[in-house]
Design a binder for this molecule. Structure first.
Ligand code: ZN
Length: 388
């Protein structure tokens, strides 16, 4: 039977730099078909983007249905001559597996596939002890860049087929330092915008005939940045608005500019939705601007909503499986950037637990082989408890 290391090496040897597949999904299709999965390969595209391969595989037809999600695409290797082992070699040395995707996240996918195969072998080829239950894999090659022809469309496609997911484990490298550190149970939302202040252009020698937007936008930046958006919630740190640039685009030293603009980004928690957040910021802007300053915000489109999987039975069984293998009680965290979990959370509760993220996206990305073995055991422990 395929073990996590050999699956991970086969995946790493496919140079699937996003959104290319380069044979990575074939590796999974062959293994999963051999274990009795029904495998679907679906290609999604839209104007202006490259077509992307995706894979959905399921065994069993009844509830409960647990799905392992992930991506086989990787970020580019960077300067390949700087790698001590080829970026797509899958070399093993001194107990480490090297290669792009070793931790983000071909290694994680390999562990979930190996764990499921072992679980099925222990249970007569069926997910649950009583023959019930379903296990599936939801794998895209479109996570690292655009994320438009991957998980979003694959979930819509699955829903249209009548697929219902009860729980999801996403094998992104959630651990910071050591396997067992951290389960991600949610992520903050992200919303960007630009603040515009309109003045009246004029000669610097005759300021009474002009209206300078520079001091006005400075006042508004301070006002919007100073007042906290909230003070955090049970699962999240406080929301935060950060200005990232201020521009007037004025090359002349003797002209008062006619307009100033400032870009900002907000990372927000579960006390807000995108709509209520925008309303709050616009109310504060109106108050700070008063009747005199002509200011407005243009919001950027965003698909990064906040989500959280509330601690409960599902997180408890994951914590127990992790503690049993690693000896560590993982923190339930909502920190860090976004992932495909934000899309999955619209369909079922999702947790993220995978390898240790220290070398992801770096030269010499690598994972200890013992971590591959431990993560496989942890996923087996999750399946055992889930169907137990
Ligand atoms: Zn990833």
């Amino acid at each position: 039977m395929a073990d996590a290391l050999s699956i991970a090496r086969d995946l790493i040897r496919c140079p699937s730099v996003t959104p290319a597949d380069a044979g990575a999904l074939d590796v999974l299709e062959n293994i999963l078909k051999g274990a009795g999965f029904q495998v679907h390969r679906v290609t999604f595209g839209e104007p202006g983007t490259a077509d992307v391969d995706n894979l959905f595989a399921r065994i069993g037809t009844s509830a409960p249905h647990i799905t392992f999600a992930g991506h086989t695409d990787v970020v580019p290797p960077g300067e390949e001559s700087a790698w001590s082992h080829g970026a797509f070699s899958g070399d093993v040395e001194d107990g480490y597996l090297y290669g792009r995707g070793a931790v983000d996240m071909k290694g994680g996918i390999a562990c979930s596939v190996a764990a499921v195969l072992q679980h099925l072998a222990d249970h007569g080829g069926k997910p649950g002890h009583d023959g019930n239950g379903s296990i599936s894999f939801l794998i895209t090659s479109d996570e690292e860049d655009l994320s438009v022809n991957g998980t979003v469309k694959l979930l819509q496609w699955a829903a249209a087929r009548g697929e219902k997911f009860d729980h999801c484990v996403l094998g992104e490298p959630s651990n910071v330092e050591t396997l067992g550190d951290c389960i991600k149970i949610g992520r903050r939302g992200s919303q960007s915008g630009t603040l515009y202040v309109d003045g009246i252009q004029g000669h610097v020698a005759y300021p009474h005939r002009a209206a300078n937007p520079v001091p006005d936008i400075s006042r508004l930046i301070v006002a919007l940045g100073d007042e906290p958006l909230d003070h955090g919630s049970a699962q999240f740190q406080a929301s935060h608005l950060e200005f990232t640039s201020v521009d007037v685009g004025n090359p002349a030293g003797n002209v008062i500019p006619g307009q100033a603009r400032a870009k900002f980004n907000i990372r927000f928690n579960d006390l807000h939705t995108q709509a209520t957040l925008k309303e709050l910021v616009e109310q504060r802007l109106a108050k700070a601007a008063g009747n005199r300053i002509r200011a407005r915000i243009v919001w950027e489109p965003s698909n990064s909503s906040v989500f959280v999987t509330k601690p409960g039975a599902f997180t408890d069984l994951a914590v127990a499986a992790i503690e049993e293998v690693s000896g560590r009680r993982p923190e339930l965290s909502t920190s860090g950037g976004t992932s495909d979990a934000r899309f999955i959370s619209g369909y079922c509760p999702v947790i993220e637990f995978g390898l240790v993220g220290q070398t992801m996206h770096q030269i010499d990305e690598r994972t200890p082989i013992t971590d591959l073995e431990k993560l496989t055991q942890i996923y087996r422990g999750i399946l055992q408890r889930y169907f137990g």
